[in-house]
Design a protein around this ligand. Sequence first.
Ligand code: ZN
Length: 349
Amino acid sequence: MYATRILAGLVTVVAAAGLLGDVSPVGGTLSAKQVAVQEVKRSEKLVTLGDLTANQNHRLAAIRQAARQQILTQTKAKRSQVAEVYRMALPTKFTVQAGLTKQGVRLNLAANTFGLSEIVIPYQQLKGKILNHYLPKAQRTTKQNQSKVIALTFDDGPDSKLTPKLLKILKRNNVHATFFEVGQSVTKYPQISRAVLRAGNELGNHSWNHPDFATIGTKKTVSQINRTNAAIYQATGQLPEYVRPPYGAITKAEGVAIEQPIIRWSIDSKDWSYLNKAKDIKAVVGAARSGGIILMHDVHAQSVAAVPSIIRQLKAKGYRFVTVSQLLNNQTLPGLQYFERGDSRTAGK
Ligand code: ZN
């Protein structure tokens, strides 16, 4: 359902551009400043959040996730304000209206401590989240790539020595990976988290100090996640897109509450149990499959030492290494967990 929002003073400009149909001219004289403000807003298409999401809660949660990042970016918020962005009320109803502007999706905001009455979320941040046909062509997701790809993921870092060592190995091999980091270590080594991202890798949330979410309850889980989001935001200027729960354990209620896509794995190196380079290599190469997500840990020297051989052997078998978002074609939504390409399940399953 579309409606066209018409702003006073722009009628002539917009009508001249042929964008409006039935228009009633609006009287009054506007200052140059008012006109400038309105030109920024200009005419936009009004839609409901239900339109943008096909009334899917997972997609609506993804819009809230993108809104939080936009609010922080736009206001250059401090770490201490990240908690506030998770506390503030963001739209939960499909009937709420949003504007499709040239730059992105405009959302009105309820009163908040950031002093914003509205935000415009760039379309790029909504790729794979809202329905494709509301996005500019360049931001639409295309058919899932079925080529022989695999994603390396590393948990429990950053480690002061091993993570930088691993980054060098990845760079030398022209491979990008996804790192799920622990908040308390990010706070200790923010420069390493920055280096992870700067090298073209992805960075996700692996809790504050590695508890078993399934046993601590929703409130503590949300606190673990948001505290780590704040640490990653402070270190890198970005909220992480993904969460990987320690031990892969998370309840359905927790999965819904954290409002971030959950990334699991399909190829478990069990490197923590072997602490043995040869066994790590054998476990990963032996279980490799196209579209798979490999779980390793960059806090064990043997695991990092195994990476060059793993890369070499899998490349020889025709695999291309990609990040998690590349593997999943950016089509990841909060409240769902992703095990590998083509395998997503509701949180808690
Ligand atoms: Zn872990």
